[in-house]
Design a protein around this ligand. Structure first.
Ligand SMILES: Cc1cc2nc3c(=O)[nH]c(=O)nc-3n(C[C@H](O)[C@H](O)[C@H](O)COP(=O)(O)OP(=O)(O)OC[C@H]3O[C@@H](n4cnc5c(N)ncnc54)[C@H](O)[C@@H]3O)c2cc1C
Length: 501
């Protein structure tokens, strides 16, 4: 305690200048935290890490250009988060949590005048062969996690892009391993959770916090702060084990409609969980192409599963034998940092390739609406415009059902294969505001593009105005569980996140 004193003094003496933008309660809370945890963990705007932390979110609109926290908490241990939340709760302060910083929604991972809890110093991942589980600290990113675990031949069901972080798990999570192992969150074994009042609980599928455990699989940032994820280890093999085959095929615009049909059919017809698919239509500058990313856990891409994708006229492809590590890093570097981003989610069931299914028309409508939207922007307004489809097959959904013995998830879709759809619009480098025209055009797309009734939207890819929770099979459960764990609605009153609870 004595050794902290000079730092506390320094902090208090500069804090009143640094806190000009923050409210009084936040200033008091920050000063209290600085005296409890010390100024290596609690920094205001004069601290050495402050600028980097506040600029870390991927979306420019979540960085310093819009946000100035009263102070940041650079947590090193779960107990630091407990102390922070106790203080935040006591003083009724606004707060946000920052993990990998990939949220597209403004204010979901940064805060103005409140307290930002950053996990950048809690970035360890380890494998326990006895329990056959992986322990993930919340500051971990999926690329480094895959690299660190490869020597042991295991991997978590994580994300598909290397620099995305663990916030992905709380939204459910879509992985290249999901077809065979469920949503990423279906692989939770144990979670340490700091509740809004600062108390800590450990939740599992079978203990007294089983409801919280389930709610954290899709409930995003509303149910507490997770300080430790223990997840099932998947035995994916080492980098020399080329047990997969695949890569990407790039298509010209003339092939777009055929690709849209193939996307619809794949999620309806395929029942093999070893088959993985992700398709992306993209306008970058003035060039519009589409890419299907296809993997199979085997020595080739079987014709009866991937034949439609393989027969569509294409521009190029890079199909080859791959290790799981190759797959985990296949999309590395595809996520531009520091540019303004807008996302929005839709979901469509698939149609059969063996009948004249009107479902295909919904895919074509979605494609045409996106094409009109992206064509309406000049490259100086929107640098990159995308439309992505990720299949959620029945094999994946079944892992989130209570019968699976994993405690269920909150998303709880019906047992029918569907595609999660996301549109993304990324502004050019340096553009700091979204025009009303762009916002209106994206809003109109989200109103007009079809979604299949009863199919859940994906919170990790939504626009903040979308009522995603209301589309979950577990919506009533989610509302009741939220009321139980946060009876004063502190989280909703003090942090931004999904609406509808
Ligand atoms: C380029 C790109 C690729 C993507 N690829 C995928 C993909 O393959 N699969 C997929 O499912 N999603 C994907 N997403 C969506 C991504 O999963 C979400 O944006 C996710 O929320 C990002 O988590 P994060 O930790 O990186 O971001 P952050 O912005 O740090 O966190 C996201 C949200 O979770 C909250 N949060 C984070 N950690 C905690 C915690 N420990 N406790 C409580 N709340 C917490 C944050 O406060 C914030 O509201 C992608 C997004 C981008 C931009």
């Amino acid at each position: 305690m004595v050794s902290y004193f000079p730092y506390i003094f320094l902090f208090l003496s500069v804090s009143f200048k640094g806190f000009a933008l923050s409210n009084e309660a936040a200033q008091i809370a920050c000063n209290q935290l600085a005296s409890t945890l010390g100024t290596t963990l609690i920094e205001n705007s004069t601290g050495p890490d402050f600028n980097n932390t506040v600029s870390a979110p991927r979306n420019l609109f979540n960085t310093q250009i819009n946000f100035s926290p009263a102070c940041i908490v650079l947590a090193q241990e779960a107990s630091d988060v407990q102390v922070a939340m106790k203080t935040i709760f006591q003083h009724e302060v606004d707060y946000a949590v920052l993990a990998g910083g990939h949220s597209a929604n403004e204010g979901w991972d940064n805060v103005n005048g409140g307290i930002l809890i950053s996990f950048e110093r809690m970035d360890q991942v380890s494998y326990d062969p006895q329990r056959d589980t992986i322990t993930i600290q919340p500051g971990v990113r999926w690329g480094p996690a895959a690299v660190a675990l490869e020597p042991q031949g295991v991997a978590p069901v994580g994300g598909r892009v290397d620099d995305v972080g663990t916030g992905l798990l709380l939204g459910g999570g879509l992985s290249f391993l999901s077809q065979a192992h469920g949503f990423s969150a279906d692989n939770f074994v144990e979670l340490d959770v700091v509740l809004v009042n600062g108390s800590m609980v450990t939740a599992t599928a079978v203990n007294e916090y089983a409801d919280l455990f389930r709610a954290l699989k899709g409930g995003a940032n509303r149910f507490g702060i997770v300080t430790r994820y223990e997840v099932q280890a998947i035995h994916t093999g080492k980098s020399e084990e080329k047990t997969w085959f695949g890569g990407s095929i790039t298509y010209p615009e003339d092939s777009f409609e055929d690709l849209a049909r193939a996307i619809s059919h794949f999620v309806h017809d395929n029942v093999d969980p070893r088959a993985v698919h992700l398709s992306n239509f993209a306008r970058v500058g003035l060039t519009t192409t589409a890419t299907a990313t296809l993997f199979y856990n085997g020595s080739t891409l079987p014709q009866d599963i991937f034949g439609e994708f393989l027969s569509i006229p294409s521009l190029s492809s890079n199909l080859t034998s791959l290790s799981y590590l190759d797959i985990a890093l296949a999309l590395a570097g595809t996520s531009p940092l520091g540019q303004g981003t807008l996302l929005g989610a839709k979901a469509l069931i698939g149609g059969s390739s063996s009948s004249d299914d009107s479902t295909d028309q919904l895919y074509l409508n979605t494609l045409h609406l996106w094409k009109n939207l992206s064509d309406s922007f000049s490259p100086s307004e929107i640098a990159i415009s995308t439309l992505d489809f990720t299949p959620v097959p029945i094999s994946q959904i079944s892992y989130g059902r209570p019968e699976s013995g994993r405690g269920g998830n909150a998303i709880d879709p019906p047992l029918v294969g569907y595609n999660q759809i996301v549109i993304g619009n990324i502004l050019p480098v340096g553009v700091k505001v979204v025009s009303e025209e762009i916002e209106d055009a994206v809003r109109l797309f989200l109103e007009q593009a079809p979604s299949s009734p009863g199919i859940p939207l994906f919170i990790n890819e939504c626009d903040s105005n979308q009522e995603v929770f209301a589309t979950y099979g577990g919506y009533d459960f989610l509302k009741a569980t939220y009321a139980k764990y946060d009876p004063t609605r502190f989280n909703i009153r003090h942090t931004n996140g999904p609406i509808g609870l």
